[in-house]
Write a protein that binds this ligand. Structure first.
Ligand code: ATP
Length: 257
């Protein structure tokens, strides 16, 4: 799978009879890069992601995957290239882990065709990568929140996307699984756009970050240049201190009211 190029131009979206919650946001992600979206509660992160995976139609602006406007593509064609992991968890608690992950293969199958050997192989690989093989036959309703979150990531991988969109992928995950999922995301070689509440994690994970506040892009670029004390203080209304950790030399931000 070759990773996709993603470009968004001047995205604006407003609810019916409401003020815009996203205004004139543009971004460019080169194939294989990870873009982190950070910003305070209500900044518009999920709304931006919904525009990128063709759930919401922009009031103005457009989203291009490999130069093609996603609203000029069939929904199924978009689903073959773009996979999404959302904060919400599946509601069909009777399905097993393997069945949920197999749903990721649906955009690649024709009509009502049953999953074939290739699908089964891809599903088994996705289960193994998320450390879920031993849970494959459990009903999703019996899993913990963190295990379910890993199932959703496995389903997205089984989709073999070229662009992966993640809304707060580390929600529900303990520290070890947070690090594992983020390390996995890094090694996929896919183009990734992910919202993250943890700014230090975003700085570690992302090639570039985009800071949203009140529906507008405050800044975007490489984390070391964008995530300055001053900018974070403005976006989140907190005091910020930037330290350099030894011996790694990595930057670490701490926050105070
Ligand atoms: N369908 C809608 N109708 C009305 N308002 C909406 C709708 N969708 C989002 N909003 C509003 O738009 C703003 C941005 O919401 P969004 O969920 O994108 O923020 P967010 O940055 O993801 O927030 P959080 O960090 O809390 O998850 C919020 O004020 C929200 O109430």
């Amino acid at each position: 799978m070759t990773p996709a190029a993603l470009r968004a131009e001047g995205l604006t979206w407003a609810p019916r009879r409401g003020h815009p919650v996203l205004e004139d946001v543009s971004l460019d992600v080169t194939p294989g890069q990870v873009l982190g979206i950070v910003g305070p509660n209500g900044a518009g992160k999920s709304t931006l992601l919904r525009l990128l995976y063709r759930y919401l139609r922009p009031a103005s602006g457009r989203v291009l995957v490999d130069g093609q406007d996603i609203w000029e593509m069939e929904a199924r064609e978009v689903a073959r290239s773009v996979a999404v992991v959302l904060q919400e968890q599946p509601s069909d608690f009777a399905l097993t882990v393997r069945e949920i992950v197999t749903l990721g293969r649906a955009p690649h199958r024709s009509g009502l065709a049953r999953p074939g050997l290739r699908d089964e192989r891809i599903v088994a690989t996705a289960l193994a990568r998320l450390d879920l093989s031993r849970l494959a036959d459990r009903r999703i309703g019996t899993l913990s929140g963190g295990e379910r979150q890993r199932v959703m990531v496995a389903r997205a991988l089984a989709q073999e996307p070229r662009l992966l969109i993640l809304d707060e992928p580390t929600n529900h995950l303990d520290i070890r699984h947070q690090l594992e999922v983020l390390a996995l995301v890094r090694t996929l070689g896919l183009t990734v756009v992910t919202s993250l509440h943890d700014i230090n994690l975003a700085a570690d994970l992302a090639d570039r970050v985009l800071v949203l506040a009140r529906g507008r892009c405050l800044a975007q670029g490489v984390p070391a240049e964008v995530l300055t004390e001053d900018l974070i203080a403005r976006a989140f209304h907190v005091r910020v201190q930037r330290q350099t950790l030894t011996p790694s030399g990595a930057a670490h931000l701490t926050f105070h009211l």
